[in-house]
Design a protein around this ligand. Structure first.
Ligand code: GDP
Ligand code: IMO
Ligand code: MG
Length: 424
């Protein structure tokens, strides 16, 4: 099956960048389908570390077609910075393609995001994600193809900036933007990016028709999905597997496998309920051992035990066929590990992930305990060489989620990846 969708099974930062980079070796094309520069995907090679926000994590392999799909919201300045940053480090970006149908993040979107989060307190990344998607759905946004037609763009853009300035000045008491200045900057940016712009849905379609291996790299995670996540503490796109079709322009019949990337414990960055969160020394230890600080914003991530209610939910919502379990090495020094198998809400056991965050806030985890392995597993390359306690922990995750693992990561580097079942 040539099309594989990779999604985050928790609240993001599961190690999608690392797993995408690993799988990209056998892929011909890697596609980002949603989100924007709110994503921070880390890839560690032997002696180098890369942080990718908009460009697919396949870019570190030569000659892979790397696509920023129509479902992504693109900050033109940020993508230029990222391209130039990679080029300075000797990475070839000539195989990057950006969808002409992708939405553009405008400076006013970032400003509105920053202002609104002061009161809404979602804890957004302030990258303009929510306001850009809101404008897209309201049909007042701008797509990359609009910027390629300056004359028709100019009038609509001037009107829209005026409208946004009224909001900024009259409602928020903040200074507005100069439309002409902003347009000049956008035109300069689109001039730089022109050679990368394409009808990417057509390119991906052709890759699939030619029998090539296509990997869809989700950003964020299942619980940050606008429909299926912990609304309103979510992002504004569809990080779940269905989003891959809409955000890239391929049909669901193309998808053969869906791999869920899940950390061996749970983290969340930003506000919102998190049943297994540990606000004690154990949580601190997870943060310290897992280096749990945001790739995009540097914020400390909230940490807690693995939540199997979430994994079962992610398996169902995404139709997961495989799991990649990451950061197992972070649990090396724990004598006992806990896994949440259900919630208790007002005395009743709850097995399905609640729809309402107020219910979720009242959910208390029901844990089982598993023995730890108390040894360094970071250099192990074969599944059978993992300590039996670690194998039992993985087997328990499979049993509770109903999904078999295909990969286990025991460190951030490419070499620290155990493959039990090949995806391509
Ligand atoms: P993403 O947003 O899902 O791509 O994840 P991030 O890159 O934001 O965060 C994952 C972090 O964990 C990064 O710093 C990775 O280098 C690191 N990482 C990934 N897999 C492993 C692993 O198996 N073990 C350890 N110790 N670190 C890992
Ligand atoms: P990757 O792809 C973790 C969170 C923010 C906030 C909420 C809404 O690296 O896993 P937004 O700026 O999207 O409007 O913020 O979503 N968030 C992420 N959390 N990983 C991410 O991306 C995230 N992208 C957004 O912290 O709670
Ligand atoms: Mg991240």
């Amino acid at each position: 099956m040539p099309a594989v969708v990779l999604v985050g099974a928790q609240w993001g930062d599961e190690g999608k960048g690392k797993i995408t980079d690993f799988l990209a070796e056998d892929a011909d094309c890697v596609v980002r389908y949603q989100g924007g520069s709110n994503a921070g995907h880390t890839v560690e090679l032997a002696n180098e570390k890369f942080m990718l926000h908009l460009i697919p994590s396949g870019i570190l392999h030569a000659e892979k077609l790397c696509v920023i799909g129509n479902g992504v919201v693109v900050d033109l300045g940020k993508v230029i910075d990222e391209i130039e940053g990679l080029q300075r480090r000797g990475i070839d970006t000539s195989n990057l393609r950006i969808s002409s149908r992708a939405s553009v993040v405008m400076p006013y979107h970032k400003k509105i995001d920053e202002i609104e989060d002061r009161t809404k307190k979602i804890g957004t990344t302030k990258r303009g994600i929510g306001p850009t998607y809101a404008d897209k759905i309201s049909r007042v946004g701008f797509r990359i193809c609009d910027l390629l037609h300056e004359e028709s763009f100019q009038k609509k853009f001037a009107e829209e900036v005026e409208c946004k300035n009224r909001l900024l000045e009259a409602v928020y008491g903040e200074p507005g933007f100069d439309a002409k200045e902003m347009q000049e900057q956008l035109m300069a940016q689109i001039g730089i990016l022109k050679k990368y712009i394409a009808d990417t849905a057509y390119l991906v379609h052709n890759s699939l028709r030619a029998g090539k291996n296509v990997l869809f790299e989700g950003a964020q995670g299942t619980l940050l999905d606008i429909d299926h996540g912990t609304y309103p503490y979510v992002t504004s796109s569809y990080p779940t597997a269905g989003g891959a079709c809409i955000g890239s322009g391929i049909g669901p019949t193309e998808i053969g496998k869906v791999i869920g990337v899940a950390k061996a414990y749970t983290t969340r960055v930003g506000e919102g309920p998190f049943p297994t969160e540990l606000v004690d020394a154990t949580g601190e230890l997870l943060r310290e051992r897992g280096a749990e600080f945001g790739t995009t914003t540097g914020r400390p991530r909230r940490c807690g035990w693995l939540d199997a209610v979430i994994l079962r939910y992610a398996a169902r919502i995404n139709g997961l066929t495989d799991l990649a379990i990451t950061k197992l090495d972070v649990l090396d020094n724990f004598a006992t590990l806990k896994i949440c198998v259900a919630y208790r809400y007002q005395g009743e056991l709850v097995y399905e992930f609640p729809d309402n965050i107020h219910v979720l806030e009242g959910c208390v985890p029901e844990y089982i305990e598993m023995p730890g392995w108390n040894q360094d597993i970071s250099q192990i390359t074969e599944y059978g060489d993992l300590p039996l306690e670690a194998q039992a922990y993985i087997a328990k995750i499979e049993e509770l989620s109903g999904v078999k693992h295909s990969m286990v990561a025991v460190g951030p580097k490419r070499s620290q990846t155990i493959v039990s079942n090949r995806l391509f």
